[in-house]
Write a protein that binds this ligand. Structure first.
Ligand code: DGI
Ligand code: FE
Ligand code: FE
Length: 194
């Protein structure tokens, strides 16, 4: 699919703000793709669709999770976590997007997971650092993203967990798996427990 086709699909489904966020995520992801020798086309399509299901009704997302291969434990966690997995399923269903790398980058954009591909790391980081965001500590993550994608993803994962714990929110296991795996990578491989 060409990026203009993807943009035309998502525009009517998103608010103006969310649409503009999406375009900024795509621009940011393309920059990160160039820096890390990742396919620009895949980074664009994954980014354009990453929040494709952000405004589906909770009933519809719940039904899709219950009746497809998506893991049922998502239903035990906050509904904010549902739109990525649901979008990954729906773009194949509705538009025939079968590329597993793209589907995974969309699927895991909110939580991350262990063993993320570079494309997954790019969408995960781009969603967090796009120029419209303003979180505490964001400049540090933006600087790191210019130098080290894994280091930047580690910061996103750490910041998200800190933020969720401060708010007394529950944390989905993949969010912890991402943090642990990225920590291991930053410590030079497989030093468990560090
Ligand atoms: O869709 P966006 O707003 O662009 O961003 P997103 O999909 O990364 O995140 C949506 C929200 O999900 C964000 O406020 C952080 C939150 N989140 C991330 N991981 C977890 C989580 N919320 C809960 N409850 N548990 C998690 O593990
Ligand atoms: Fe999202
Ligand atoms: Fe987003």
């Amino acid at each position: 699919m060409h990026k203009n086709e993807a943009i035309a699909i998502i525009e009517p489904l998103l608010t103006k703000q969310r649409f503009e966020h999406t375009l900024r995520v795509a621009e940011t992801a393309v920059k990160l793709a160039k820096l890390n020798n990742v396919s620009i086309e895949k980074a664009e399509i994954a980014s354009i669709f990453h929040d494709y299901c952000k405004y589906r009704s909770l009933e519809e997302m719940r039904r899709i999770i219950k009746t497809t291969y998506l893991p049922k434990d998502l239903l035990l966690y906050h509904h904010e976590l549902w739109h990525g997995p649901v979008a990954s399923f729906m773009i194949e269903q509705e538009y025939g997007v079968e590329d597993e790398a793209i589907k995974k980058a969309i699927y895991y954009h909110t939580t991350g997971r262990a063993n993320m591909s570079d494309l997954e790391l790019i969408v995960f980081v781009a969603d967090y650092i796009e120029p419209g965001r303003s979180f505490p500590g964001l400049d540090e993550v933006r600087d790191m993203a210019q130098k080290d994608l894994v280091g930047a993803a580690w910061m996103v994962s750490r910041n998200t967990i800190n933020y969720l714990m401060e708010k007394k929110n529950s944390i989905y296991p993949d969010t912890f798996h991402a943090y642990n795996d990225l920590t291991r990578l930053l410590n030079g491989g497989n030093k468990f427990g560090q």
